[in-house]
Every structure is written in structure tokens, then in C-alpha cells.
Design a protein around this ligand. Structure first.
Ligand SMILES: Cc1cc2nc3c(=O)[nH]c(=O)nc-3n(C[C@H](O)[C@H](O)[C@H](O)COP(=O)(O)OP(=O)(O)OC[C@H]3O[C@@H](n4cnc5c(N)ncnc54)[C@H](O)[C@@H]3O)c2cc1C
Length: 465
């Protein structure tokens, strides 16, 4: 279906982006063969680092003419294989388009290129007393373009929403080579279909995003973090409902089950308080007035204790808060340390169904004889389930993973949930899409994709089975 990249194509690419921005040597393209999904790799035939929308338009025109697939890539920190060039062809890296173009303090907007690392946006706007809330745990490594493509979330989603709630304008290059500008520094805009929200979460299959205008908030002046251990996960879940019922919405409500805490202890070689507790909640309260945040903390602390918390550890200053968060931030690394081969799921259920989900997952783990360790966002129902290979043979592991995946998805869907909350379908979950979406929706989405990209040159073999 696709043609190979030949010397003529490479020469044309060099003309478009310059000699130094085209990589073809094996050792140079190796970093672009994978993202953060364990065990998924594919070789691009060429890697191109673009520096402008016009260059990307020219690359698309060439790729259309020669029928060569193009896979966009931000920082390669994805967890669904979206940036992996599974059909070969061109990897289009956005890493050099990494400028923060403007912080507009009057309109409370920041304009950035797609390759900017998300944490750099946080730091730049915070220096001006402003706040960009979406905070994927990978924020010091992933790019804002990747966040847009995946619809990335983070712990603060419970109060502040996800990437999709902050994008007011997008410049994008269509696979045809046309450059479009959707929206702008506009808080309101209902002119035509909402292409911004269609492109967000489209996993690099509809267009390549080349400029982004993000809405900002004033930076909250006060923050308090609470680490709360429980002997029973249900009690922790009941606390979450009780907090929300009091009309208090914390910035984050994360949970970590005991096995994840023990894994972090083994990695860091130090103790986490109450490491024998079945689950920990990590709650962050924020606001502008000390008295208000303190009053919320009193109510939340009291509710935690009423619902059976063993203690409520409070952190006000930055170093103590960082210490409380250290375990949460280190979980993924700790799980890799436990078992370098592991498999992460990203399911989401209504918040109240988390205890039933975790109970069902434990039964699945027992049935298949594997360890499945959970942590995630108790405030928004998004649970990361990590299946560890441990000392299973590779053959047994490869046979078990799809069966476990399907069992987990069927359980999640039976609880009113869905198969991915923030990591995307990508290459890894596409065969399960028909479990989550009906035929009519999949057919409609395929037609939408075809309207953008009739020749399927942009990121093929992603999302759809
Ligand atoms: C340790 C760890 C923690 C993580 N924590 C979180 C978390 O808390 N929340 C969360 O949501 N995710 C999390 N992730 C997943 C990941 O970091 C996010 O999906 C992130 O958005 C990926 O960004 P990236 O720049 O690395 O994208 P890449 O992996 O490079 O690409 C991801 C997808 O975006 C497309 N793409 C990239 N740039 C563009 C562009 N400019 N235009 C069009 N398409 C583009 C690619 O084609 C691909 O399909 C985590 C990952 C790791 C490894």
C-alpha cells in the first residue's frame, strides 16, 4: 500500500528542512523507534526534524505524491505507541519547534510551539503569577503537542480538567499540506464545527499541530497536601465521596495501593509512612486565601478520620510537600524496577465504581496468577493497572497479556467505564476499540478520518482495528 523512502525522497526532504535535520543512519534513528510502551518498536526509514508549519506542509505534499506514511512525534513519552512508525516511512519530529512565543498577561493566554516541554510552560507562566493546570506526571519530559494529541490529563483533572479545557487556538497542518488556524485568543467561539476539540485526542491521525494558544488562570497562592493512610480501600473511596458531598473540590485526590508503596520503598531504599496501610490517599487543597484553604483542610481531615483513616499527615511548605509526593511520582519507575517487563492499563470508571473495579482486578490477578498493582486518580476514576511479568516465561507472558487485557476491559465496561482515560488507543489498544465503541461510531470516526486524510498517510494503523 505504501512506497519506500528512496534516495530521491531523502534528497527532497533535505531540501525542505536542511541537511542536518534529516536522519537516516541506524544509530541516529534508533531513539525514534519506540515510545514508553515496553516491547513495541518499529524502524522509521527516515527521521525529519521540522522547524515550521510551511516545512511540514511541504513534507506532506511530498509524502502524498510518493505515498509514504508520516508519523508525528513529540517527545516520545507516550504510553500507547502513538509515535511508533508501525508502517515505516517518515517520522516527523516536532522537537525543534520548542519556543514559547508569547505570554499574554492581558488576555491570560500563552502561545507555544508543539515541541515545548509541558513543565517549561508551567515554569514560564508561574514566573508571571499565572497557572496552566494540566499536569501529566510526565510533564518534565513530554511535549505540549503530544499532550494535545493524547488529550493528556493529570492529578489536577479532578478540579481543573484536562488539556482539552485549556486550548483556545490551534494552528495545524492537514495531510493535504493545507495550513489551518482554528480559534484564537478567544474564550468564546462557535463559528462552524469545533475542529479544536476534534483534533485534541486525535492521536496525530488527523493533522499535525504546529502552534497552540492556551488559556491560563491566576496561580493559586496557597496549597496544602495531605497524605492519608487507610486499612481498607472502600473507606478511602467513601472519604472521596464524602469530601465532594461537602462541596469541597480538592485540586488532586490520588490513590496508591499498598503494593505500589512497597515497590517505591524498594526502589528508593527508604520507608514511606504507614507502609502497611492498604491504601493511601494524597489530597491537595489549593486557593488564594490561607484561611479558606485551612478551613477546607480541617473539614477534609475530619472527614478522613471519620471514615477510618489511620492518620492525616499535613504538608504546607514545598520541601515537605515534595516529600509526600515523592512516592506517587516514583511509582512507574518503581514498577519497572520490580519487573522491567510490565504492562500498564489506563482504564476509567465513574468515581464511585473504583472499589468494585479494584476488587474485580484482584480476582483477575488471582485467576491468571500474576501481580497487578494499581494506583491513579481517585478523584476522577482513572486507574492505572500494572500487570507485572515477574518471572513468567516470555511465551506465557505473551499468551496471558491479551487475555488479562480483555478481562480488565470487560470488567471496566460493565461498570460504565471505558478503556483509556488519558494514554490513548494508539497502536496498543486498537484491537479492543470494538469492545468500547459500537460499529456505527467506529464507522463514523473512520469516515471523519478519511475526510482529513483520504490516502491514510498520516499515522496509519493507529486507533482503528
Ligand atoms: C512515567 C510516565 C508518566 C505519565 N503520566 C501521564 C499522566 O499523568 N497523564 C497523561 O495524560 N499521560 C501521562 N503519560 C503519557 C504521556 O506522557 C502523554 O501521553 C504525553 O501527552 C505524550 O507526549 P509526548 O510529547 O511524549 O508525545 P509522543 O509520545 O511523542 O506522541 C504521542 C502521540 O501524539 C502525536 N503527536 C505528537 N506531537 C504531535 C503534534 N504536534 N501534532 C499532532 N500529533 C502529535 C504522536 O503522533 C502520537 O500519536 C505518562 C507517561 C510516562 C512514561
Amino acid at each position: 500500500m505504501y512506497n519506500k523512502v528512496d534516495a530521491e525522497v531523502v534528497a527532497e526532504l533535505r531540501q525542505i528542512v536542511g541537511e542536518g535535520n534529516v536522519l537516516v543512519k541506524r544509530e541516529d534513528i534508533e531513539p525514534y523507534t519506540h515510545d514508553e510502551v515496553v516491547g513495541l518498536r518499529a524502524d522509521p526509514e527516515v527521521v525529519v526534524k521540522a522547524t515550521s508549519a510551511q516545512q511540514i506542509a511541504a513534507i506532506f505534499k511530498l509524502a502524498q505524491r510518493k505515498r509514504i506514511p508520516v508519523t508525528p512525534r513529540g517527545a516520545g513519552w507516550g504510553l500507547s505507541g502513538g509515535a511508533v512508525p508501525v508502517c515505516g516511512g517518515i517520522v516527523l519530529s516536532l522537537e525543534k519547534m520548542n519556543r514559547i512565543l508569547e505570554i499574554d498577561k492581558e488576555n491570560l493566554m500563552v502561545t507555544v510551539e508543539p515541541g515545548v516541554i509541558t513543565g517549561d510552560i508551567h515554569r514560564a507562566v508561574e514566573a508571571e503569577g499565572l497557572f496552566y493546570p494540566p499536569d501529566p506526571a510526565s510533564l518534565d519530559s513530554c511535549s505540549i503537542g503530544g499532550n494535545i494529541a493524547e488529550g493528556a490529563g493529570g492529578p489536577r483533572a479532578v478540579k481543573y480538567g484536562t488539556t482539552m479545557h485549556y486550548v483556545c487556538g490551534l494552528e495545524a497542518v492537514l495531510p493535504s499540506g493545507d495550513i489551518i488556524m482554528c480559534g484564537g485568543k478567544l474564550v468564546k467561539n462557535v463559528t462552524g464545527y469545533n475542529l479544536i476539540q476534534l483534533i485534541i485526542g486525535s492521536e496525530g491521525t488527523l493533522a499535525v499541530v504546529t502552534k497552540i494558544i492556551l488559556r491560563l488562570l491566576p496561580l493559586p497562592k496557597e496549597q496544602i497536601d495531605l497524605l492519608v493512610p487507610y486499612d481498607d480501600f472502600q473507606a478511602a473511596a467513601d472519604t472521596v465521596s464524602a469530601i465532594i458531598a461537602q462541596r469541597i473540590v480538592p485540586a488532586t485526590i490520588e490513590f496508591m495501593e499498598r503494593d505500589s508503596i512497597l515497590a517505591v520503598e524498594r526502589l528508593l531504599q527508604k520507608e514511606v509512612p504507614y507502609d502497611d496501610a492498604e491504601a493511601h490517599l494524597l489530597i491537595q487543597l489549593d486557593g488564594n486565601y490561607r484561611e479558606q484553604v485551612d478551613a477546607d483542610m480541617e473539614i477534609v481531615g475530619e472527614l478522613c478520620l471519620q471514615h477510618g483513616a489511620r492518620d492525616v499527615l499535613v504538608a504546607r511548605d514545598r520541601p515537605t510537600r515534595d516529600r509526600l509526593w515523592e512516592a506517587r511520582r516514583k511509582i512507574i519507575e518503581a514498577l519497572k524496577h520490580e519487573s522491567p517487563i510490565n504492562h500498564m492499563e489506563d482504564v476509567v470508571v465513574p468515581r464511585s465504581e473504583i472499589p468494585r473495579l479494584l476488587k474485580g482486578v484482584k480476582e483477575i490477578a488471582r485467576e491468571y496468577g500474576v501481580r497487578i498493582i494499581s494506583f491513579g486518580h481517585a478523584g476522577d476514576g482513572n486507574v492505572h493497572l500494572n500487570v507485572l511479568k515477574d518471572d513468567l516465561s516470555m511465551e506465557r507472558w505473551e499468551e496471558l497479556v491479551p487475555r488479562i487485557e480483555e478481562a480488565v476491559y470487560r470488567l471496566t465496561l460493565s461498570l460504565g467505564g471505558t478503556i483509556t482515560g488519558e494514554h490513548g488507543v494508539g497502536a496498543t489498544r486498537r484491537r479492543y476499540l470494538p469492545l468500547a465503541l459500537d460499529e456505527a461510531q467506529i464507522a463514523l470516526q473512520r469516515r471523519m478520518r478519511a475526510a482529513f486524510d483520504p490516502n491514510q498517510i498520516l499515522n496509519p494503523n493507529k486507533i482503528f482495528p
